[in-house]
Design a protein around this ligand. Structure first.
Ligand SMILES: *Cc1c(COP(=O)(O)O)cnc(C)c1O
Length: 362
C-alpha cells in the first residue's frame, strides 16, 4: 500500500468487484440482478457493476439523479418508504409501492407507471441481522393493504400492476432466503397476478422481486453467500412466464473495499491496550452501526489491542481486542469496507479531513 499516499484512504479493487459480480450473475442465470445503490453509490463502482447487472435499485430522488447521470440508459427500480409527490413523478422502469396512501397519491398525479406492490409477509425472519418484514415495520404492506391496493388499481388505468416486491430480511443464508422466496412466490401466485398483469401489461408474465439482504459475515471475511445454491433453487421455484428479480447491495460491493489508515498513538489505560488511528467511524461507521469489530489484516500477531479513531466519543471503536502488534506509524488495513461504509458515515463530526479514494485493478 506504499503507493496510495495520504492516509486514511478507501481503496477499491475494481478487478475484484468485476470478477465477483460476474460470478454472482453467472450463478443466477436468467434471474434478474439489480444492484441496491444505497449500499455504495460510488460512480466508479457503478460503472463496473453496470457490466453485469440488469438494473439499479434506488431509494430516493437523489440516488435516482445520481444513477441517471452515470448510466442514463440502465433500467431503474425506485423503492423505499416516504417517497414525496415530486419523487413519485420520476420516470423509472419500476416503482415499488409502499402503502395504499402512496398508491392514491400516485394515481392522483395522473402519471403512467409500472408498479410492484411491496409486501411485508407474516413469515419468520428469525436469525436475520435486520428485519424489514415478518412483523410490524414501516416497510411495505400487510396482505390487507395489498388487497386495498388491488381495489384501487382496478378502478383506474394509468398505473399498471406488474407484480410484487418483497425485501423481508437481511443476513440470511441461501437456504433461508429460498424459504422466504418460496413463501413470497406462494403469496404472489395467490393474488392471481398472472390475470391482472396479462390484462394490463404486455405479454410478459408477473414479476416477483425478492429483494436483497443476502448474508455477509464480518466475523468470517472469507465466507460467501452461496449464490450457486440460491440460483439453482430460484430456477426450480420459478414457473414458466414468471420474471424473478433480486436486488442485493452489501453482498455485491462489501468485499471490494478497504479502509487503510495509520496508527497515531498506542497506550495502555487501566490495563487495556489501545491504538488510536487516523480517521475513525466518521469515515467508516459500519462497526459502530452494526456493533462488530471491522475485520482487518493481521501482519504481526500480538497482545489484544482495541483500535479506535480520532473522535472524542467512546463509540468511535473500529475493532475490539484484536490480537495484533501495532506501534505508532504502522499501517492498518480494514477489509469489507466496500458497502455501508463511507456513504453512511457522519463525515463532519469533529471536522477531520476526508479520506482519499483510490481505485486499483482497472
Ligand atoms: C437496502 C435494500 C436492499 C439491499 O439490501 P442489502 O442488505 O444491502 O443486500 C434491497 N432492497 C431494498 C428494498 C432495500 O431497502
Amino acid at each position: 500500500m506504499g503507493t496510495i499516499g495520504r492516509l486514511p484512504a478507501f481503496v477499491y479493487d475494481l478487478a475484484d468487484l468485476d470478477a465477483h459480480v460476474k460470478a454472482v450473475k453467472d450463478a443466477l442465470g436468467d434471474i434478474e440482478l439489480y444492484y441496491a445503490v444505497k449500499a455504495n453509490p460510488d460512480p466508479r463502482l457503478l460503472k463496473v457493476l453496470a457490466r453485469h447487472v440488469d438494473g439499479f435499485e434506488v431509494s430516493s430522488g437523489g440516488e435516482l439523479a445520481h444513477v441517471r447521470a452515470v448510466h442514463p440508459d440502465m433500467p431503474v427500480a425506485f423503492g423505499g418508504p416516504g417517497k414525496t409527490d415530486e419523487e413519485l413523478l420520476s420516470p423509472v422502469t419500476r416503482l415499488h409501492v409502499e402503502s395504499p396512501g402512496e398508491l392514491r397519491r400516485l394515481i392522483a398525479s395522473g402519471r403512467a407507471a409500472d408498479v410492484l406492490l411491496r409486501v411485508n409477509l407474516d413469515v419468520s425472519v428469525e436469525g436475520a441481522s435486520l428485519a424489514m418484514g415478518g412483523g410490524a415495520t414501516p416497510f411495505g404492506m400487510d396482505p390487507r393493504s395489498i388487497a386495498r391496493c388491488l381495489e384501487l388499481l382496478a378502478e383506474q388505468d394509468s398505473i399498471r400492476l406488474r407484480g410484487v416486491h418483497a425485501h423481508l430480511a437481511s443476513g440470511l443464508d441461501a437456504h433461508r432466503m429460498l424459504e422466504l422466496a418460496s413463501a413470497t412466490l406462494d403469496y404472489a401466485r395467490g393474488l392471481g397476478l398472472a390475470d391482472v398483469t396479462r390484462s394490463t401489461a404486455t405479454s410478459q408474465g408477473p414479476e416477483i422481486n425478492l429483494g436483497g439482504g443476502m448474508a455477509v459475515s464480518y466475523a468470517d471475511p472469507d465466507g460467501r453467500f452461496d449464490w450457486q445454491t440460491y440460483g439453482r433453487g430460484l430456477a426450480e421455484l420459478r414457473r414458466p412466464g414468471e420474471v424473478l428479480r433480486v436486488e442485493p447491495g452489501r453482498s455485491l460491493t462489501v468485499y471490494c473495499g478497504r479502509y487503510v489508515t495509520r496508527v497515531i498513538d498506542v497506550k495502555r489505560v487501566h490495563g487495556e491496550l489501545f491504538a488510536v488511528v487516523a480517521g475513525g467511524t466518521h469515515h467508516i461507521r459500519t462497526p459502530a452501526a452494526k456493533g462488530h469489530s471491522q475485520p482487518m489484516i493481521i501482519r504481526e500477531p500480538g497482545e489484544p489491542i482495541t483500535i479506535v479513531g480520532q473522535l472524542c466519543t467512546p463509540k468511535d471503536v473500529l475493532a475490539r481486542r484484536v490480537p495484533v502488534d501495532l506501534k505508532p506509524g504502522d499501517v492498518v488495513e480494514f477489509t469489507m469496507a466496500g458497502a455501508y461504509a463511507w456513504n453512511i458515515s457522519h463525515h463532519d463530526f469533529l471536522m477531520h479531513p476526508e479520506p482519499g479514494f483510490h481505485y486499483i485493478g482497472e
